[in-house]
Design a protein around this ligand. Structure first.
Ligand SMILES: Cc1cc2nc3c(=O)[nH]c(=O)nc-3n(C[C@H](O)[C@H](O)[C@H](O)COP(=O)(O)O)c2cc1C
Length: 345
């Protein structure tokens, strides 16, 4: 069993990574029923929260059915981080996560996200400010360092543990790498094997198959893994990994009926959360991912992203099930590079 403060997680938990514009409550709901053990909100700007920006506040929405769930914040100002930690407290998530890894320009140029990797003292002060302002367990998600010449995650892990964080998730890339190349888990393993480190260490980066999850589990010895891109349009990845680790066998990939059932659940949650119009609109960006691998799907997809009536969407989904009945999906080959975090510019 893995424990983050008093939160009990199963052995080798699988975490859903925080993902902007992706890991909202509807998406988290479908990941939860498909095996995610701990989930996070997308990152929320501390400045936005304090300004009471509606968009930031809405990201605080969490539901009991998804517990344990963490709220992730970012920022480069101690006071703003402390204040937003207090705001997060009021919604009572299971934990508060700080993002020190986001590489996108709009975040980094404000001295937040991965920018903090260049200034460990600031990172420690920001973390301390948050820990002192909340009764929640505080965790951190970060990268290896700013660039190849300054991989400082070993130092970062010790110093953040010393100011009271309860777990650390590490994406095996530097800020300068963005999403290029392959994630390097060696430094993550070194953190895990450091006898000074007592908190759970979660590895993150490029896990996209059950084989890789098992291989990295054995090779790097981390306490659990965090999965981002591979869950987009494929929440089954969590149970598939669990089953493979337990039995060495693959679960049957979901058939068309199962996939459409999840699309319906996702859509239903989206409408429930955002209302009919916004819920239907927001679901549009997910169809391509769910329907990947189906030949000649373009026409159906086009309908799904243009129709605005729930009944009509339902009818198209029925048609898809009928048309692809019995279709044998190939094992998914993800083009991870095409799924990168695109708001860099
Ligand atoms: C679309 C997208 C949005 C992301 N948003 C966040 C975020 O809000 N907070 C965060 O800490 N990381 C964010 N990330 C990074 C992921 O949490 C994760 O670290 C990264 O995708 C590597 O994991 P993966 O290879 O399993 O995808 C985002 C990644 C993607 C692809």
């Amino acid at each position: 069993m893995v424990k983050i403060a008093d939160i009990q997680l199963p052995d080798f938990p699988l975490l859903l990574a925080p993902m902007e514009d992706v890991s909202d409550p509807p998406f988290r709901a479908v990941c939860k029923v498909n095996g995610a053990d701990l989930m996070y909100t997308e990152f929320i700007s501390s400045e936005g929260l304090i300004r009471d920006a509606i968009k930031s506040r809405q990201k605080l929405d969490i539901f009991d059915s998804e517990r344990p769930v963490g709220i992730q914040i970012f920022g480069g100002d101690e006071e703003a981080m402390a204040l937003s930690a207090k705001i997060v407290d009021t919604v009572n998530p299971d934990l508060l996560d700080i993002n020190f890894g986001c590489p996108v320009k709009k975040v980094v140029t404000k001295g937040a996200g991965a920018a903090v990797l260049k200034d460990i003292d600031l990172m420690v002060r920001l973390t301390k400010a948050v820990v002192n302002s909340t009764s929640l367990p505080v965790t951190v998600k970060t990268r290896l360092g700013w660039d190849d010449a300054s991989i400082n995650i070993g130092d970062v892990a010790e110093r953040l543990q010393d100011v009271g964080i309860k777990a650390l998730a590490i994406h095996g890339r530097t800020r300068c790498q963005l999403y290029k190349g392959v994630a390097n888990w060696e430094p993550i393993a070194r953190v895990k094997n450091n006898p000074r480190i007592q908190i759970p260490i979660f590895g993150n980066g490029d896990i996209d198959t059950p084989e890789k999850a098992l291989e990295y589990k054995s090779r790097y010895g981390v306490d659990g893994i965090m999965i981002g891109r591979a869950a987009i349009g494929y929440p089954w990845i969590f149970n598939e990994i669990k089953h493979f680790i337990k039995t060495g066998e693959h679960l049957q990939p979901p058939g068309i009926q199962q996939r459409v059932d999840v699309i319906r659940q996702h859509l239903h949650r989206s409408v429930e959360w955002k209302g009919t119009k916004a819920g239907i609109n927001e679901m549009r960006r997910h169809y391509t991912n769910y329907l990947r691998g189906l030949p000649n799907i373009k026409e159906f997809r086009l309908k799904l992203v243009t129709i605005s009536e729930a009944e009509e969407i339902d009818a198209v989904l029925d048609e898809i099930v009928k048309r692809y009945d019995g279709f044998a999906f190939e094992t998914r080959k993800l083009d991870m590079a095409s799924l990168t975090y695109s708001c860099e510019n």
